[in-house]
Design a protein around this ligand. Structure first.
Ligand code: ZN
Length: 172
C-alpha cells in the first residue's frame, strides 16, 4: 500500500545524516558508513545498520538514535535490521567523515587499499605495518599504548614527536 504522506527514502537519508555517532559526536552515522540500506516495507521504514565493531556497545544507542530521529520527523513505524555480513569496512566512511575525525583529534582509519598495498610490500616481512600519523603534528613516529582507547572501537597511541596521546579508529 502506497501512502502519499510517506516521505521518500532520499529525504530520510538526509535526516539520518544529521544523527551523530554516539561515540564520536563530530561524525554522523551516514558519514561513518554504518547505515547500509533504507527501504519501506508497507508502512514500516526499515533501516539496515552494520555495526563498526561486532562487540560495539554503542550499537544499541545508535539504533535508538535512528528510531528517535525518524519519530521526530513523523515516521512512527521504524524497524532496525542489523547486518553483520559483509562486515563494516573503513572504505564505507566518507571523506567528510575522515576529515571530521582528524579535526576531532582521532587518527582516521587507513583506506583498505592502502592496507592491502602495505600487506603486499610486507610479504615475507610480517613486521611491516600501515603507517598511522599523529592527528596533531602528522608525525608517523607513533607508538601503540593500548589496544583499547576511550572505547573498545579505538586503540590508544602516543606520538613520539609531540608526545601527545591520541585515539586511532581501528581498521577492519
Ligand atoms: Zn604529534
Amino acid at each position: 500500500m502506497v501512502s502519499l504522506e510517506r516521505p521518500g527514502t532520499a529525504e530520510i537519508w538526509t535526516w539520518l545524516a544529521a544523527v551523530e555517532d554516539p561515540e564520536i559526536p563530530v561524525i554522523s552515522i551516514v558519514d561513518l558508513g554504518i547505515v547500509r540500506d533504507l527501504r519501506w516495507d508497507d508502512a514500516t521504514c526499515v533501516v539496515t545498520v552494520t555495526p563498526t565493531y561486532s562487540g560495539c556497545p554503542a550499537t544499541h544507542v545508535i539504533s535508538q538514535a535512528i528510531v528517535d530521529a525518524l519519530h521526530g520527523h513523523g515516521v512512527d513505524d521504524v524497524r532496525i535490521e542489523t547486518r553483520i555480513a559483509p562486515p563494516w569496512t573503513t572504505d564505507w566512511m566518507s571523506e567528510a567523515g575522515k576529515q571530521a575525525l582528524r579535526d576531532y583529534g582521532i587518527a582516521p582509519p587507513l583506506q583498505r587499499a592502502q592496507t592491502i598495498a602495505v600487506a603486499d610490500i610486507g610479504r615475507g616481512a610480517p613486521t611491516a605495518a600501515p603507517e598511522i600519523a599523529c592527528p596533531r603534528c602528522a608525525s608517523t613516529a607513533v607508538e601503540l599504548v593500548s589496544q583499547f582507547g576511550s572505547t573498545p572501537c579505538k586503540a590508544l597511541y602516543r606520538c613520539k614527536a609531540c608526545r601527545e596521546p591520541f585515539d586511532h579508529f581501528k581498521c577492519h
